[in-house]
Each structure stands twice: as structure tokens, then as C-alpha cells.
Design a protein around this ligand. Structure first.
Ligand SMILES: [Zn+2]
Length: 375
């Protein structure tokens, strides 16, 4: 999910984009409105008018979801939770947070803002519909009132990661002070709700309502996987709480002196230690990273005449200071697309931090402390 993103525009500092999957829903919504909903509420509606109304309804849905996400994003910004961008995709929208909310209060207000906006829009469109002079406008705004009401109510189901699940988690978190337990329960409800949606989907499929059935099953799968990934995030966050890079890094990593001939690099480092990347040091200072593919590009007969320094890649590798919180280091790994960070302080290599080290720490912690906790 959220892979092929198209940037649309920037409003109030938020970058708004579409996931390619959104086009699927745009077409489906227009089609089902034009051939089902509007001819149903307006008997005698011509096909051309029906398609125009369908397209207008899909556009109104788009704007409604956008406003819902905007209200999340604006409240998040008030609480200093950075929002990178807002992306609309097949199941609605997401305001992509760079981090989970820091406390229960901010999560509560941030989560509640979306449904509040959808309720307000439902009331607004309902008012417009009842004042509308023509039947066409009345039907269009009536649909928008209805769909915003559905959005608000669906999002309030207390199943993580839906807004209602976040509100529920924030309330429990604030009440008990136990973030991990609140997340586990909210994610459990999310998985349960996802399973119910899948069952409902299968039931509809068997009953012949294949479109609705597939739809419900897909949303169910999505909810289950999102609940799982936010639980994994919680495990990381609590498992790494208070830890810094220096607590998890490998100290005194194997480093290659900058003037080592490549044939020695191959024999004494790559074959002997079986890593694919080594830090390179020059007179005790960190100089970069030598990667196996850079050495591989030099033909074997040319390797005697060249040194590690000669094949260092242009771009500087991802480095972090030893005092950085471990959670921040994970974020650097994610944004740089690497699972290995060089730990550098004042130009000196202090260690190497890999994703494997972090995961190993979490596994050990889970084994030692995860047992016997209240579910
Ligand atoms: Zn929402």
C-alpha cells in the first residue's frame, strides 16, 4: 500500500497526493453512483445527467475525505507532531505522521478531529440539500451528507487503526498510563473488527453481492495488517525506550585502512568476515564505506594497483552520533533505505549499528521481560 504516489498540490504546508489505487475507487464510485444510487433517488433521471451527478459525487467524496484528513493534520501540527503528507488511497486517506503521538491527550484530539469534521460536513451538506432549489442539487448534496455521516460513523468504530481505535487507545493510555497495554488491546480490537469484515465479505460473496463482498474483505485485510504494524511499532518503541545508539552498536567494528590494496581488502575483509560493507578509516578518521559491489567492478588483475580509498562511493554513507536515541536511528535507516549505520563522533568511527543488532535486542528483551505480563 502507499507505493506509487502522485503529488497533487501543497496546502498549508501539507503535500497532498494520490496513491494510484485511488483511481480504482474514483471510477467505481462514479460508476455505482451513476448507475445505481442517483437513478434510484431520482426516478426518470437521464443517463447523461446521471453520469455528471456521479462524477460530481465522486469529486465531493474526494474533497470530504481530504477535509477529514486535513483536520487530523492541523490538530497534529498544533501538538507538534510532524505530518509529512496527506495521501488518498483506495480505502480513504491517511495523514502520514512521522511519529506516533507523544502523549494520550494529543492522540485523543488528533484522532477525534477527523470524525468531528465529517459530522460537521454531513450537517452542512444536509442543510444545503434541504435548501437546494432543484432535485439534482438536492440529490447530490443529500448523497454527500449521507457519505460523510457514513465516514464519521465507520471511523469511530473502536478498532485500531481507525480513528475510533485511536480515541479508544488514547483514553485507555491516559487512564492507565500504560501505552503498551492500551496499544495491544486497541490492536486486538482492530484485528477482531478486520476478521468480522472479512467474514461479512465472504458472506456477501456467497450471497451474490460480489462487489460489496470483495470490498469488505479487502478493508478487513487492510485493518488487520495496519493493526499488526502499529503493534510492531509499539513493541519497538517500548523496547527501545531510553536506549541510545551507543547502547546497541557494535563497538570497535572491523575497519579497513584507506591505503589497503583491493586484493587484500578482498581476501582479508570480504572473504574472511563475510560482510558486504566495511567502514574505511584514514589516519584514525572515518573516510566512508567500501561496498562489495564497488570492489567487484574492478577487474581482479587491476586490484593490486588500487586501494580501498580509490573505490569509495561518491555519496556519503548514513552516519549517526552515538548519543542519538535508538528510535531516531531507526528512522534514519528507514529514510536512507539502509539497514546499517556508521556511528561517528567528531569524525571518528565509534561503532556500527545494524538493524540486526536492534532486532536482536528486541527479541532478547521480549524473551526476558515479555512473559507473564498482563495481556
Ligand atoms: Zn480519520
Amino acid at each position: 500500500m502507499l507505493t506509487k504516489r502522485i503529488d497533487l498540490f501543497t496546502i498549508l504546508g501539507f503535500r497532498v497526493g494520490l496513491d494510484l489505487s485511488w483511481f480504482v475507487i474514483a471510477v467505481l464510485v462514479t460508476w455505482s453512483l451513476a448507475t445505481g444510487y442517483f437513478p434510484g433517488v431520482l426516478p426518470g433521471l437521464g443517463p447523461q445527467a446521471a453520469w455528471w451527478l456521479g462524477a460530481a459525487g465522486a469529486l465531493g467524496l474526494f474533497v470530504s475525505i481530504l477535509l477529514h484528513e486535513f483536520s487530523h493534520a492541523i490538530v497534529a501540527r498544533r501538538f507538534d507532531i510532524p505530518i509529512r503528507n496527506i495521501t488518498l488511497f483506495i480505502f480513504g486517506g491517511v495523514a502520514e505522521m512521522e511519529d506516533e503521538p507523544p502523549d494520550a491527550r494529543s492522540e485523543f484530539f488528533m484522532a477525534a478531529a477527523g470524525p468531528v469534521m465529517s459530522f460537521a460536513l454531513a450537517a452542512l451538506f444536509w442543510g444545503v440539500a434541504s435548501l437546494a432549489p432543484s432535485g439534482l442539487a438536492g440529490a447530490l448534496f443529500g448523497y454527500l451528507a449521507l457519505i460523510n455521516l457514513v465516514l464519521a460513523v465507520f471511523n469511530l468504530v473502536p478498532a485500531f487503526p481507525l480513528d475510533g481505535g485511536r480515541i479508544f487507545r488514547a483514553a485507555m493510555w491516559g487512564w492507565t498510563g500504560d501505552y503498551a497495554r492500551a496499544t495491544r488491546i486497541a490492536a486486538g480490537l482492530g484485528r477482531g473488527f478486520g476478521a468480522v469484515l472479512i467474514l461479512l465479505g465472504v458472506w456477501n460473496l456467497v450471497g451474490g453481492a460480489s462487489f460489496a463482498g470483495i470490498w469488505q474483505a479487502l478493508i478487513g485485510l487492510f485493518v488487520i495488517s495496519a493493526a499488526g504494524s502499529s503493534e510492531a511499532h509499539m513493541t519497538m518503541r517500548t523496547g527501545l525506550e531510553g536506549l541510545r545508539v551507543r547502547d546497541l552498536m557494535v563497538r570497535q567494528p572491523i575497519a579497513v585502512p584507506h591505503d589497503t590494496p583491493l586484493e587484500r581488502v578482498v581476501e582479508d575483509y570480504f572473504y574472511r568476515h563475510r560482510h558486504t560493507v566495511f567502514p574505511v578509516v584514514r589516519h584514525g578518521r572515518f573516510a566512508g564505506c567500501i561496498r562489495i559491489e564497488d570492489v567487484g567492478r574492478v577487474p581482479p588483475e587491476a586490484r593490486a594497483g588500487r586501494t580501498a580509498q580509490d573505490v569509495l562511493p561518491e555519496e556519503s554513507p548514513a552516519t549517526v552520533p552515538p548519543g542519538l536515541p535508538a528510535m531516531e536511528a531507526l528512522r534514519v535507516m528507514q529514510s536512507r533505505g539502509t539497514s546499517r549505520l556508521m556511528v561517528v563522533e567528531d569524525g571518528t568511527l565509534r561503532g556500527v549499528l545494524t538493524m540486526r543488532d536492534v532486532m536482536a535486542h528486541l527479541t532478547i528483551r521480549e524473551e526476558l521481560e515479555g512473559r507473564g505480563r498482563p495481556a
